[in-house]
Ligand binder design. Structure first.
Ligand SMILES: [Zn+2]
Length: 696
């Protein structure tokens, strides 16, 4: 088959090429000097960074995109290709945009089918790929070049992704997002070559997908009494109300078909998630006949004993598969309590009939049976890593969210894996100093930390299992995200780091990446995305950046009340090592105390010293129930027997303050060898966290 050339017409594309570099000089840009000189400039403008890139900024082809091209190029390029346009005469200036499909090499895998090359030189711009998807990615690169250089610099780019799966998950249950919002995110995803959109469509907080056979799912399960997730959760997570009343919404099947089609034009596959058997409170409310008790509000888990449950799930999946052509159907599978199954006669009968000894195996029974159903319809099952418990369904692909262990285990068993470990890939965590940010659900996961992630665990690098790692995905749960503006704020810029990790084989320095991310992020903001402004990033906690010398450094610390093993930081030396913590309590510098609600240490300075200050920073992080102390007592002693109280202070603990770090201490004049620092929790209990006891 001969290569096909498609000239995208000037009138069609509003592309005008002319020279702005005066006299043409052939082949100059390939010279070693320019290649060396311009490589950095090229690298600074593209995200994800291409595999091989040479950009010559000194020669440019000016481009006049008459309308914002961000949303247009991909779709129209595709239309142009689909119509197999006959070549039309080039524009008067002689410059062309040429998109060329070349036949695929034999046994070409999914990765190389996404590859493309882009050359910009005196002849114009030529993008070559073996698939429409590859051409599409070439165009996204072209768009970035124009966005960042105001023209197309001469360039020679050869590029292909590291992973076939590069995803973003949107949680549409905890809060409902309009179709238009989702289409807008698809545009941004496509521009950085993300290619999987995972929609979390069902959960306790709302069923969001119209099922024609069971309209009660949306009639009863898509509307809740409280818009605020916290309040709704506190009131029992089960207060649903009448259609259109209260808070909620759902997608019609047509809405979802529109989303699927829009995404497909941008080479993004939409993967639907229908949670089972856990996270199904809204289903048990709308259809109590498939819960164990048969009553609404009985449990959040579906009954695995009743045949009716499987009939309903298969009927639902029939409609889901009809809407979503995705090879993968995500069935959730996480966090089922399995409690109601222990006493349910139907579940017990199922367990004895199938020879199952644990409720984890009962869940595996459901997963395996659903997998058979999906496989019989030409689809594959995808589930959270809990599906590894019991016995993993034979063909299942695992999404590893509770760290990386699930992914490693699944790969060792020969299963495909998508990596989404919470510490790196959960974008609902704080992305900057928490007191400068809207309240977030999880910990602290700034852009720099996301960029550190490598989806292939070190222990499996270079081993046969490596090829089972399909890719990486950012998950953005929305418990604490009530508005579309805040949602975009959490997604961008951090998803850019995952886009690069998913695409680029070689990582750049973080500084290099950050410069490129700032540019892309600024572009998103200019296009109406409510991204977090990286120019305002506070970054690491100042106090954590330098070593602090003080009298207690290296002193012996006696713990009257022990630290918690899970938050021991560097052990006994941690509080006097001169190192203070960053914003998150799990960074290895903050030490956590929960036993008897107190912190109580004696520090031996090794000899009697004149002291003028004793102080410690405590963190309040209300989400994980870390509270500031309600009292602080600091005493001093010469002989470790008689203690003189230097200060005794009490404080009102305010749990409504989500985050702060405050210094509690004494200043004055005393002689001491032993310092005792004691702090207690208030009526809210919880943890005490401190990083250093400073003595001057
Ligand atoms: Zn049951």
């Amino acid at each position: 088959m001969a290569p096909k050339d498609f000239f995208l017409r000037r009138g069609f594309f509003h592309l005008f090429f002319c020279y702005i570099c005066g006299i043409m000089r052939k082949c100059v840009f390939l010279s070693f000097f320019l290649a060396f000189f311009t490589l950095t400039a090229g690298a600074q403008s593209l995200l994800p960074i291409p595999e091989k890139v040479v950009v010559d900024n000194s020669h440019k082809i000016s481009v006049n995109f008459q309308k914002p091209i961000f949303k247009r190029v991909g779709k129209e390029a595709r239309t142009g290709l689909l119509n197999s346009l006959a070549s039309t005469p080039s524009s008067k200036s002689g410059k062309k945009l040429l998109l060329q499909l070349v036949p695929a090499r034999q046994q070409q895998g999914e990765l190389s089918s996404q590859a493309y090359s882009l050359q910009a030189d005196e002849n114009g711009v030529r993008i070559v790929a073996s698939s429409e998807q590859g051409l599409f990615y070439g165009i996204q690169t072209l768009v970035q070049l124009v966005d960042n250089h105001g023209a197309v610099p001469y360039a020679d780019i050869h590029d292909q992704p590291r992973f076939a799966y590069r995803g973003l998950m949107l949680d549409c249950s905890r809060h409902f997002w309009t179709k238009e919002f989702i289409l807008k995110q698809i545009d941004a995803m496509a521009s950085v070559k993300l290619n999987r959109l995972h929609l979390h469509l069902t959960d306790a907080a709302g069923w969001r997908i119209e099922i024609k056979r069971y309209p009660q799912l949306t009639q009863k399960g898509a509307w809740r009494t409280e818009s605020d997730w916290d309040k709704w959760w506190v009131f029992g997570q089960r207060q649903y109300t009448e259609p259109g009343q209260g808070y909620g919404g759902f997608y019609t099947q047509q809405d979802l078909r529109d989303i699927v089609a829009y995404a497909a034009e941008r080479h993004i596959i939409v993967i639907p998630e229908v949670e089972m058997p856990g996270h199904s409170e809204e289903v048990c409310y709308a259809m109590p006949e498939i819960s164990c008790s048969g009553q609404p509000y009985g449990s959040g888990d579906l009954c695995v004993g009743k045949e009716r449950t499987f009939q309903v799930l298969q009927d639902i999946l029939d409609e889901v598969m009809d809407i979503f052509p995705s090879e993968y159907i995500h069935i959730g599978g996480d966090e089922a309590s399995r409690k109601a199954w222990e006493t349910c006669p139907d579940c017990k009968r199922r367990m004895s009939g199938e020879g199952l000894s644990t409720t984890a195996e009962l869940q595996s029974y459901l997963t395996t049976r659903i997998e058979r159903y999906l496989n019989a319809h030409g689809r594959k099952l995808l589930g959270w890593d809990e599906i590894l418990e019991g016995k993993l369904a034979p063909n299942a692909t695992v999404m590893s969210w509770r760290g990386t262990e699930g992914g490693i285990r699944a790969a060792k068993m020969g299963h495909h894996v998508v990596m989404t470990p919470g510490a790196y890939c959960y974008l609902d965590s704080y992305q900057d100093a928490p007191m400068t940010q809207p309240k977030a659900f999880g910990g602290y996961n700034p852009l720099e930390h996301v960029y550190e992630y490598d989806p292939v665990p070190d222990s499996l690098k270079g081993r046969p299992e490596e090829c089972l790692f399909l890719g990486v995905q950012g998950n953005v749960w929305t418990e604490m995200i009530p508005t579309p503006e805040q949602y975009e704020y959490m997604i961008y810029p951090r998803i850019l780091a995952l886009a690069e990790i998913g695409w680029s084989r070689e990582k750049t320095s973080f500084d290099n990446f950050r410069q490129r991310a700032v540019k892309v992020n600024d572009g998103l903001i200019a296009r109406g995305y409510h991204a977090f402004d990286l120019h305002k990033e506070v970054g690491r906690r100042q106090e954590s950046l330098q070593h602090l010398s003080h009298l207690a450094c290296g002193a012996e610390v006696r713990y009257v009340g022990p630290y918690h093993e899970a938050y021991k930081a560097q052990g006994d030396a941690s509080l006097v090592d001169g190192l203070r913590g960053n914003w998150h309590y799990s960074d290895g510098r903050w030490q956590g105390f929960i036993s008897r609600n107190r912190f109580d240490v004696v520090i031996d300075l090794g000899g009697v010293k004149d002291i003028a200050e004793v102080s410690a920073d405590f963190m309040q992080f209300a989400g994980p129930e870390i509270f500031a102390p309600s009292s602080v007592t600091i005493s001093a002693s010469i002989d470790d027997a008689d203690y003189q109280v230097l200060t005794e202070q009490t404080f009102e603990v305010d749990p409504s303050k989500p985050y702060f770090i405050y210094n509690y201490g004494w200043k004055g004049s005393a002689k001491a060898r032993f310092i005792r620092y004691k702090a207690t929790s208030g009526k809210y209990g919880g943890w005490l966290f401190t990083d250093e006891v400073v003595v001057r």
